[in-house]
Design a protein around this ligand. Structure first.
Ligand SMILES: Cc1cc2nc3c(=O)[nH]c(=O)nc-3n(C[C@H](O)[C@H](O)[C@H](O)COP(=O)(O)O)c2cc1C
Length: 437
């Protein structure tokens, strides 16, 4: 497949507006401005583009939920938080082609009737925030942003807002709270942001990569876009491959290629000639897949059918040397640190899991630990929390316990008995606090 989203990688001065114009840049906006906003939305619906931020929601449908006759302002937010472990594609797009993102933002804003757009970027991405500011300055100076864009009468201002480096602020409603100047606590949905979002107004939140696809859909047409990949899973996708491969990096491929092709052909296979043991197909929040799943297609529906998810497209590869109990500890440590603390099952559950993993690795495991982990994860997932961060730790951790149970049993076998006297007993069960059942 020709390079679409990464076509500027390696082009000298690729970030410059003139370089972007030479690649046919801003033509998509010109086409969009000549169409009615509803026709632009229909074009995106027809392309079957699905969001690249994690959930894979159809982009055109999301835009169509924004009320047309809303009397107040509407907003567009570009989600550049990129906080999912194993994900490093959005910064790659911004590094080489920030104008493409701005053009996607301008088209999306025109389609939904927004005159203000925000790019919410994580605090640590100082470099990419600066690159975006520079790109906005260039686009504004040449009439692609600002007042009366290209003489069309459409106005749009784009602002870059830096977060403070919290994983939860990538979740769209926490992001909106943070943008409003509040602590990044997710909101209960519904109402969805498309109806009640930033400052209580209709708001569309889209990922950087999603918006980067938009100019191409407008210039080359929905049919062309939909011809890449397979039905319901269309277009190019950036796969971030990390872990025990010979050539980690960002690879642009059509949705639906197999994980085998990504790992063995593009990423150069497993390091040191080792065997593949397992991989997270869509960032660390996706349930783990094993070496037997390597022929699964890397797209939304195939990953769901395999019991996992494509998520952000961050493929974390683990070879045979990896201990899955240590992987679990690593996950629990991250999510316990990043849980916003609003919901008890997530706040307490992630920390409790971390505690169990720490004990298991210190030789203080207990025969009930695997079941206890599964139980905690059950209570933190599937709608038990306000946002999906509960699922984000619970589903991968339960997948580790289920698929690699023998490694947990081995850790328990290696354990010495717990010092019994130190654990408080719960009066209603008569058992100690950790294994209370
Ligand atoms: C805990 C959590 C973290 C998230 N982090 C990000 C992120 O860093 N970037 C992103 O684009 N979406 C992230 N999302 C998904 C967003 O909530 C939202 O679905 C997405 O930005 C919508 O864009 P899309 O429709 O273009 O995919 C996260 C979701 C959750 C639950």
């Amino acid at each position: 497949m020709e390079s679409i989203l990464l076509r500027a990688r390696g082009v000298p001065n690729s970030r410059d507006l003139d370089s972007y114009l030479a690649r046919g840049g801003w033509e998509g906006l010109k086409r969009a401005l000549a169409m009615a906003p509803e026709a632009v939305i229909q074009e995106v619906i027809d392309s079957e583009l699905r969001g690249r931020g994690g959930a894979g929601f159809p982009t055109g449908r999301k835009w169509s939920f924004v009320p047309k006759d809303h009397p107040g302002p509407k907003y567009l937010i570009c989600n550049a938080d990129e906080s999912e472990p194993g994900t490093f594609k959005d910064r790659e797009i911004i590094e080489y082609d920030p104008q493409m993102v701005l053009e996607g933002i301008a088209i999306a804003a025109y389609a939904i009737g927004a005159h203000t757009a925000y790019i919410y970027i994580r605090g640590e991405f100082f470099r990419w925030a600066r690159l975006l500011e520079e790109a906005i300055g260039q686009a504004r100076s040449r009439g692609f942003l600002g007042k009366d864009i290209l003489g069309s009468g459409f106005d749009l201002e784009v602002w870059v807002h830096r977060g403070a480096g919290a994983y939860i602020c990538g979740e769209e409603t926490a992001l909106i709270e943070s943008l409003e100047g509040k602590r990044g606590f997710p909101r209960l949905k519904p109402p969805f942001p498309a109806v009640v979002g930033l400052f209580g107004q209709p708001t569309v939140v889209n990922n950087v990569e999603t918006l980067a696809c938009i100019p191409h859909i407008l210039t080359r047409g929905a049919k062309w876009f939909a011809s890449i990949g397979r039905p319901r899973n269309t277009g190019p996708k950036l796969f971030c491959v990390s872990g025990h491969v010979n050539r980690p990096g960002v690879y642009e491929l059509p949705l639906g290629v197999s994980f085998r092709e990504i790992i063995y052909e593009h990423a150069g296979g497993i390091r040191n000639g080792n065997r593949l043991k397992a991989f997270f197909p869509g960032g660390s929040s996706a349930p783990v897949l094993t070496a037997q799943d390597v022929d699964v297609a890397a797209d939304f529906d195939a990953c769901a059918a395999a019991g996992s998810m494509l998520g952000s497209g961050g493929i974390i590869v683990m070879d045979e040397t990896v201990n899955m109990v240590e992987v679990g500890r690593n996950l629990a440590h991250f999510y316990a640190h990043e849980s916003c603390g609003q919901c008890t099952p997530c706040r307490e559950g992630s920390d409790w899991c971390l505690d169990i993993f720490n004990r298991l690795l210190q030789g203080l495991g207990h025969p009930s630990d695997p079941e206890q982990l599964l139980r905690i994860c059950r209570y933190a997932s599937q709608g038990m929390t306000i946002c999906p961060l509960g699922d984000a730790f619970a589903l991968p951790i339960s997948s580790l316990v289920t698929k690699f149970r023998e490694e947990f049993e081995a850790a328990i076998k290696r354990s010495r008995p717990l010092p019994p006297q130190k654990l408080p007993v719960m009066p209603w069960t008569g058992k100690d606090i950790r294994f209370g059942g």
